[in-house]
Design a protein around this ligand. Structure first.
Ligand SMILES: Nc1ncnc2c1ncn2[C@@H]1O[C@H](COP(=O)(O)OP(=O)(O)OP(=O)(O)O)[C@@H](O)[C@H]1O
Length: 270
């Protein structure tokens, strides 16, 4: 019974289970110059689960996602108020190493964006710059393991020296996922990772996301309600810069509390 679950700091109720919170946003407000894009957003991201961010265009999903690894730092005039923690630690504290943060909280973008380098180099780049491999054999091992975990190894093992940009769209996105995995992140942020892919490539990436949650915490922005329902365990519905409802995906899609969620998931707006 929900009422019997005692919540401690750092825990979140998801369905009937108690989950560890990997990341937490508290009263997060984001401004682009004078324009406010997010208002007092509170969100717990449970460990080793997939959290989906849904809502109509322009409601602030990507803005919130980018606050989780400080990608908004790169946008001029963007200001963030509130608190975001990773394992309880404030990621906006002034002396935090942002490069290290982004290794812990990796990102996969909407459009596959492999570097104009070989398949091998695409995956090896991160481990090299973060000094994760002691020698060439180590590096080869990391590359092979990452490609395997991204479900791409069998397709590319005989052509690791060929350009990453020569792969199909779906393969390129899995290469980008392998690149993200290669530095052993704890959290992977995905901003509409399948929007440029055909249905078959989408299904492959969705299966992969499902597997990856065994080892990683995943936050995904998606416009596809089917995708949110298929891959996530927890869903947050954004509307006009606020979270209007958050909870177990199953409940959100079968019996939402908020009329705006209901209208959005049934295609009445957005
Ligand atoms: N770099 C930017 N500069 C100024 N305003 C921005 C910037 N990025 C986003 N915005 C504004 O912030 C608001 C939220 O945008 P955001 O991209 O986070 O929404 P979204 O829900 O991800 O939208 P979509 O689903 O269309 O990608 C919008 O009004 C948008 O115009």
């Amino acid at each position: 019974m929900m009422e019997n679950i005692k919540l401690t700091a750092g825990s979140a109720p998801v369905g009937q289970k108690q989950m560890l919170t990997k990341m937490r946003g508290e009263k997060v407000c984001v401004f682009y110059g004078a324009k406010q894009a997010l208002y007092d957003v509170d969100l717990d991201v449970p460990e080793r689960q997939v959290t989906a961010l849904i809502g109509p265009s322009g409601c602030g999903k990507s803005t919130f996602l980018r606050t989780l690894n400080r990608m908004n730092d790169t946008i001029e005039g963007c200001r963030i108020v509130g608190k975001i923690t990773l394992d309880g630690e404030d990621i906006y504290q002034p002396d935090l190493d942002v490069v290290e943060l982004r290794a812990r909280v990796g990102m996969v973008f909407q459009k596959p964006n492999p570097f104009p380098k070989s398949i091998f180099e695409n995956v090896a780049y991160g481990p090299k710059i973060h000094g994760l491999a002691r020698n060439k054999t180590d590096l080869e091992e990391i590359v092979a393991t990452s490609l395997k975990r991204a479900g791409l190894f069998e397709e590319v093992k005989d052509r690791l020296d060929e350009p990453g940009t020569g792969l199909s769209g779906g393969q390129q996105q899995r290469l980008c996922i392998a690149r993200a995995i290669a530095v052993s992140p704890e959290v992977i942020l995905m901003d509409e990772p399948c929007s440029a892919l055909d249905p078959i490539a989408t299904a492959t990436v969705e299966e992969l996301i499902d597997e990856l949650k065994q080892n990683f915490t995943i936050v995904i922005v998606t416009h596809s309600m089917q995708q949110a329902a298929r891959v996530s365990q927890r869903t947050a519905m954004f509307h006009l810069g606020r979270i209007v409802e958050v909870g177990a995906t199953e409940k959100m899609f079968s019996n939402p509390d908020d009329k705006r969620t209901q209208d959005y998931i049934t295609g009445r707006f957005g």
